[in-house]
Design a protein around this ligand. Sequence first.
Ligand code: ADP
Ligand code: TRP
Length: 322
Amino acid sequence: MRVLSGIQPTGRFHWGNYFGAIRQYIELQDEDESYYFIANLHALTTVRDPKVLAGYTLDAAIDLLALGLDPQRATLFVQSDVPEISELCWLLLTGAPMGLLERCHAYKDKVARGLPADAGLFTYPVLMAADILAYDSDVVPVGEDQVQHIEVCRDLAGSFNHHFGQTFTLPKAKLLDHSAKVPGTDGEKMSKSYNNTLELFEDAKAQRKKIMRITTDSRPMDEPKEPEGDHLFQLYSLVAAEAEREEMAAMYRRGGFGYGEVKKALADAAERYFAEARARRLELESDHDKVRAILADGAARARKKAGEVLLRSKRACGLIPT
Ligand code: ADP
Ligand code: TRP
């Protein structure tokens, strides 16, 4: 079984990205074969500053490695280092019905809000289909918002196969654990668009300050409180050990504590939880050559596979004589 997923370098990763996606990708790296890439071609539809895009891309690679992605076990690469993808995207575009893409939410939502959309955003799901099909991927772990794009990928692959003969493997979406939805510092879903994130590798002191400012209610200290559903407790649960979590839950139910105490415990637990990744990141940060070598090796492996699939598809549609 081959697992593949991509993540866009549109900002620095936050706890939502980690607990909602990255941690689960890393757990899957023990599957038969896994491919993870940094989707910089997709990010180009939103990040238009070249320095920023290049910086986020390298940071994303360093972060993933620091968090435990093992380049011996998984193939890690940058999307644009595999030019076969863009060529395959064209083959798929020629058969992609306008109506199918018009229904895709990224484009549809933007138009509905009266914002100008570009062709890159419109064809975004086709590029995503090329990403998936190029490696004969069987399983694609994604968040709920991406499930529609996997359906588009299956549609495009199915109609190509129907028209030109069996060429592509139809992938299946593997929904990431939905219960892993991480609240932000304001209690809403953590997202870089809401300015409520705790970044994975921000300065420890700055993070502590942010944690101390997490919004809480103004109920009296003595009042017993239900921990489930409380965003401070939810954040604590992500980084605390099981016994600490139980203890904290009991303290909530007893009452007689201040949220300041919980925040301090949260900051301490977060520091411990990410200490190893932080140390690994520091090392990688001082050795960009090593990171670039890992990405080059990943791209070479990815290109080998994508080249085979591209050749097969070009033969199928008459671009290369059989
Ligand atoms: P953002 O909302 O900050 O722009 P992205 O859309 O780039 O984040 O998300 C990248 C990945 O991280 C997706 O798979 C998404 O499902 C996951 N993710 C982002 N925010 C959260 C969150 N608060 N809880 C759980 N998963 C999240
Ligand atoms: N569109 C995905 C996202 O925003 C990223 C992505 C690009 C992707 N290509 C992919 C995910 C292929 C899975 C498979 O999250």
